[in-house]
Design a protein around this ligand. Sequence first.
Ligand code: HEC
Length: 119
Amino acid sequence: MRVLATMFGLAAALAGTQQAAAQAPDGAKLFASQCKMCHGAASTPAGPALKGVAGARVASRPGYKYSPALTAKGGTWSDAALDAYLAAPATFAPGSRMMMRVANPAQRKALIAHLKTLK
Ligand code: HEC
């Protein structure tokens, strides 16, 4: 009985893990579909390149003229700052030029993990 119960528990746990993996948003895919049109490998007038942005000073990517709002914000792009900006750019830095927002916290988390891979 006990063995059976353990096996059942394991199977349930495994199924749960697979489900979680299937449901976890894919940061690279999200970035490609929601961010890349403005954030390419090089900065353009549409947006700064985001290489190395995680952990960097706010508004410090080369080749982009930031809004006065984001320039004046200061600080560094910690996970918390990135999360707040992506959730509501206009609240984080009123006057910021980025119009895109990501309402889903799990998607923001996946996107931030992806930003850290842009080196
Ligand atoms: C329609 C164009 C557009 C889209 C789409 C967009 N952004 Fe932006 N993003 C901008 C602009 C423009 C800025 C600079 C804002 C400013 O100067 O106020 C910016 C700034 C940023 C910054 C701060 C960069 C820095 O050097 O301080 C981050 C981080 C960022 N975007 C992430 C994202 C992510 C992640 C997505 C996808 C979910 C995304 N952006 C989608 C236009 C866009």
